[in-house]
Design a protein around this ligand. Structure first.
Ligand SMILES: O=c1ccn([C@@H]2O[C@@H]3COP(=O)(O)O[C@H]3[C@H]2O)c(=O)[nH]1
Ligand SMILES: [Zn+2]
Ligand SMILES: [Zn+2]
Length: 252
């Protein structure tokens, strides 16, 4: 069955033109928010939607453009019996997330001492597939972003790789395509300069054509318009546009 991906934003952490690189995945009444950055509250309103429509939220790593909207998300009234948003994340992220300054407003709510006091926390193990809804499975893959800090890419429905924030990992990409059945790669892309904690366009362009043609670009800077038409087979994902994610093993 087809699921639908809508990027709330496709910008990098410093973009003034694009919202933070956060996404919603929809499967017939189930809505997964992937990352919730500083701009997520504004971006979801721009779509005419609200956090109340989000079923569960997943966090890939702890940077402001991925977690800065969590205080507002936690404050959105929920209908569930526990009244809290379900937060899916790797165990390693739970304590560092709670200690992050952007979550400090939640420390000041009466009687809150841990992330579990404000969210329904569901720890996920890496390299383990989870069924989130009838047509959506998700697996975390720990991948390199900032030295010494945990960060996770996503494998959706065993066939879509969502890089989140990632340094260039050509061997991983080849492995995913050749051995794991990946048919689509949604990849962060630093358009210019040296890639220290992200993958650069130049690096992605060095991949074999068979890989490049599976890639769509996200997490880019405000320079994007001048790069249009100069990214080979790799088209830009556009924020707020809805894309079907077809061709997965679960379809067959
Ligand atoms: O000159 C710099 C470069 C980077 N950074 C941080 O590093 C992070 C890298 O991942 P990100 O793209 O999610 O967010 C970025 C920023 O939070 C910074 O504060 N100042
Ligand atoms: Zn980022
Ligand atoms: Zn990051």
């Amino acid at each position: 069955m087809t699921i639908y991906l809508q990027m709330l934003g496709t910008g990098d952490a410093f973009s003034t033109k694009y919202y933070n690189n956060n996404a919603v995945l929809q499967d017939h009444g189930y809505t997964l928010l992937i990352d919730c950055g500083v701009t997520a509250p504004q971006a979801i309103k721009a779509l005419g939607k609200s956090f109340q429509e989000v079923t569960e939220t997943l966090i890939t790593h702890i940077h402001g453009d991925h977690i800065g909207g969590l205080a507002e998300l936690a404050g959105t009234p929920r209908q569930e019996p526990h009244g809290k948003m379900t937060l899916l994340l790797a165990e390693t992220l739970i304590e560092p997330l709670w200690q992050h300054p952007l979550l400090e407003p939640l420390h000041r709510k009466g009687g809150t001492r841990s992330l579990a006091d404000v969210f329904n926390v569901k720890p996920l193990k890496p390299d383990t597939p989870y069924t989130l809804s009838p047509s959506l499975t998700l697996e975390l893959i720990r991948t390199p972003h900032m030295p010494g800090k945990a960060s996770y890419s996503l494998l959706l429905n065993e066939c879509v790789f969502y890089s989140a924030d990632l340094t260039f990992q050509p061997e991983l990409l080849l492995h995913l395509v050749h051995n794991r059945g990946v048919t689509k790669i949604l990849h962060d892309c630093q358009l210019s300069g040296r890639g220290q904690v992200h993958t650069t366009l130049r690096e992605l362009m060095s991949l074999p054509e068979e890989i490049r043609k599976l890639i769509r670009l996200m997490h880019y800077s405000d320079e994007k318009p001048k790069f249009e038409g100069h990214t080979g087979e790799m088209e830009f994902l556009e924020q707020q546009v809805t894309y079907p994610l077809p061709g997965c093993r679960k379809d067959t």
